[in-house]
Design a protein around this ligand. Structure first.
Ligand code: 13P
Ligand code: SF4
Length: 309
């Protein structure tokens, strides 16, 4: 898109925001042009928490479906718009009800079902508490139950289990295809090329990749670490969209990605034109299943409560 065209769309978005009493939230993984046009940019926990305190009536969520659903669950009276409603995180569906029921039958009241926020409304409604990658360790360690079924992500679940050895964590088979596909060979080659670079990785990566990291954390943690570190060079093992905020917050520092950089095709579906279009027409309005919503909301409320302790 030409600079002139980008400018025109941004002006249109600014005008529509005023007319519709709208605010734009974007995840760090979406197109840099969308991040630049947003009022707030952050990780999935920040966006969910922030949405509760915003005065505007319309919230445009530039991210994937579960993020829009979380905002809607927490703000049922507001209109939540997804610029691209088909942008859906594949991991959000990767658990079966039978897995949850079997764990509940086996461990009874001494089991908590901890659900990564990357999950559908229905899956949240089977659960006890939600977590994100930035608060999962804290929340799981504070749960009163000794047994924790962690759904859907096996990689974040395994990472939490390592950090909270006092709990018995039961893993499920879900995973993020983008983070699982990171090649260990490509990472090792990059480390050999940049031996002084710090390796910052997202906990959705495999154990073999995380073993190579000097820092493991959510997207917000990765950015904060790069900002605070004395190092000048970083190998970043998460979706490439995060580079926009890294460069903005860390001028002069250098960031490297594996030869096949992780990209999220669902996040990539969110474009500036679609942001303008949903503001114009009100398309992409999020509706959550009325039967599942109350229990799903409770899991998010509990997350916010635990995280604030
Ligand atoms: P964050 O919680 O770190 O923003 O991650 C969201 C996500 O989808 C990671 O793949
Ligand atoms: Fe889902 Fe992975 Fe994309 Fe995050 S990066 S939204 S976990 S597919």
């Amino acid at each position: 898109m030409t600079q002139q065209k980008t400018l025109e769309i941004c002006e249109r978005i600014a005008r529509l925001k005023q007319e519709r009493d709208a605010v734009i939230l974007a995840h760090y993984y979406v197109d840099p042009a969308v991040q630049a046009a947003a009022d707030y940019v952050g990780d999935s926990f920040y966006l969910a928490k922030l949405a509760v305190s915003l005065p505007q009536q319309v919230i445009v969520l530039c991210g994937v479906e579960f993020m829009g659903e979380s905002v809607k669950l927490l703000n049922p009276a507001k209109t939540v718009l997804l610029p691209e409603p088909l942008a859906d995180c594949p991991m959000a569906h990767m658990v079966e009800r039978a897995t949850v029921e079997a764990a509940r039958a086996e461990y009874g009241d001494d089991l908590a079902v901890a659900c990564y926020v990357n999950s559908t409304v229905e899956i949240k409604s089977w659960s006890d508490v939600c977590v994100t990658s930035s608060n999962a360790v804290k929340i799981v360690s504070e749960l009163p139950q000794r047994h924790v079924l962690f759904i859907p992500d096996r990689n974040l679940g395994r990472y939490v289990a390592e950090q909270v050895p006092g709990k018995h964590i039961i893993l499920n088979k879900g995973y993020c295809p983008r983070h699982e596909d990171v090649s260990l060979d490509e990472l090792l080659a990059l480390k050999a090329e940049h031996p002084h670079a710090e390796v910052l990785a997202h906990p959705e990566c495999t154990a073999a990749v995380l073993e190579q990291a000097s820092y493991i954390g959510a997207t917000s943690g990765i950015i904060a670490r790069a900002e605070a570190s004395e190092a000048e060079e970083f190998i970043v093992v998460t979706v490439r969209g995060v580079l926009h905020e890294l460069e903005r917050r860390c001028p002069g520092k250098r960031f490297f990605f594996t030869k096949t950089p992780p990209t999220c095709r669902d996040m990539d579906m969110v474009t500036l034109e679609k942001v303008a279009a949903c503001l114009e027409t009100g398309s992409g309005e999020v509706a959550v299943d009325a039967a599942a919503a109350p229990q799903a909301k409770l899991t998010l409320d509990r997350m916010l409560e635990y995280a604030a302790r």
